[in-house]
Design a protein around this ligand. Structure first.
Ligand code: NAI
Ligand code: PYR
Ligand code: MG
Length: 376
């Protein structure tokens, strides 16, 4: 198969969908890999390293999109890339379609086969291609939040760790999954007082087991959420219902009760955001805005800022799936691998992920059946 990797174009998106090691693995399996010049620079991989491993370098994204049978990316395509979609092309990348009606329509209208990293799901419910980036973003959420709490950044001037004789800051995390657990790890490491809310009692039990008495776990309902949000210096949004638009759990009246200069980092922004006062996506270049005296951060590609770590962590898990799709074709790969089949989002002009379809008002159809009809 011919596999193409264009350079990412989202603001400060420095990740790349393949490392030279990934190119080597795909070329050894008999595939041809096209890489856009300088696509790996932001992650510390020069063009020469890709050439050495067998890639063909192309100067422009258009050539790659047009020639490739499968395009590997990191972030969801932006409007300037929609024109490259075509019937028969496989697109393998993060998609986060639930809050992206226009992108979904472009995928549906074009007939492209779109597989989303974030909905590939193992039988135990885990999301193997989301986990590493959630680990990164959860850890980053605390270091970013700690910085934003500094007075010159608009924060209230609280040091999360406190100092001897002065109490630490309060970190409240809504959603105790991968992002939440990694944020808790960092915040506890700093010495902050940390509360995690989740609506899954088994998850809270697990967190209590691994962190012991150092972490406060609370069942997430509107009563307890209001109490926790009010006292938070740093509030981290980390809920997910796979595929679906994030539920707006933290209401505007809760944010209004937060102290002046408190900080919200809504990691769940890529699925539309979990906090009512998050009404826009921000960028690494312009990451915050203030509402009700609270600093809001809503960057949807947080790991792009630590691209070296993130590219290595992401490609560790994506390349085996790319190899399977390239080796078997998407139809057989989806038949053979149910986790991969769950990653199908759009096939033959149909939205095939039920949660995405529900969020956007489409009638979902079965992805593998759609592929069979399509002959993909
Ligand atoms: N902004 C960024 O750059 C990045 C964003 N993310 C996003 O972070 C979000 C969280 O991801 P993960 O931690 O991997 O998901 P996860 O599935 O591991 O955890 C989500 C948690 O939310 C909980 N939850 C669901 N509904 C809830 C409710 N109504 N009340 C309380 N808890 C609820 C679940 O029980 C689960 O424990 C996702 O939207 C993911 O895409 C991940 C990486 C980077
Ligand atoms: C998962 C996601 O949104 C990211 O890695 O950018
Ligand atoms: Mg206020």
């Amino acid at each position: 198969m011919i596999i193409g990797v264009p350079k990412e174009i989202k603001n400060n998106e420095n990740r790349v969908a393949l490392t030279p090691a990934g190119v080597e693995a795909l070329c050894k399996a008999g595939h041809k890999v096209l890489i856009e010049e300088s696509a790996g620079i932001g992650s510390g991989f020069g063009d020469g390293e890709y050439l050495n491993k067998g890639a063909v370098l192309y100067p422009a994204a258009a050539q790659i999109w047009n020639e490739a049978e499968m395009v590997l990316k990191v972030k969801e395509p932006l409007p300037e890339e929609y024109g490259y979609f075509r019937k028969g092309l496989i697109l393998f990348t993060y998609l986060h379609l639930a809050p992206e009606a226009e992108l979904t329509k472009a995928l549906v209208d074009s007939g492209v086969t779109a597989v989303g990293y974030e909905t590939i799901q193992l039988a135990d419910g885990s999301l193997p291609l989301l986990i590493p980036m959630s680990e990164v973003a959860g850890r980053m959420a605390v270091q970013i939040g700690a910085r934003l709490l500094e007075k010159p950044q608009g924060g209230k001037g609280v040091l999360l760790s406190g100092v001897p004789g002065v109490q630490p800051g309060e970190v409240v995390i809504v959603g105790g999954g991968i992002v939440g657990t990694n944020a808790a790890k960092m915040a506890l490491g700093l010495g902050a007082r940390v509360t995690v809310l989740d609506n899954n009692a088994a998850r809270l039990r697990y967190l209590d087991d691994i962190f012991g008495g150092r972490l406060i776990t609370v069942m997430s309902d509107s009563y307890h959420l209001e109490q926790a949000v009010r006292k938070a210096d740093l509030l981290i949004g980390a809920v997910l219902i796979p595929g679906a638009r994030a539920p707006k759990l933290v209401k505007e009246y809760m944010v209004q009760q937060m102290g002046e200069g408190s900080v919200i980092v809504d990691v769940a922004i890529d699925q539309g955001g979990s906090i009512e006062t998050i009404d826009r996506t921000t960028t690494h270049e312009n990451p915050t805005y203030v509402k009700h005296g609270v600093v809001h951060y809503a960057v949807a590609n947080m790991p792009g800022a630590v691209a070296r770590t993130s590219t290595l962590a992401l490609t560790n898990v994506t390349v085996p799936y790319a190899l399977q799709i390239a080796g078997s074709g998407i139809h057989k790969a989806a038949l053979d691998n149910q986790a991969l089949a769950r990653g199908l989002n759009v096939v033959a002009g149909k939205v095939v992920n039920a949660a995405v379809a529900r969020s956007l008002g489409y009638e979902p159809v079965d992805g593998v059946e759609a592929l069979a009809v399509y002959g993909g």
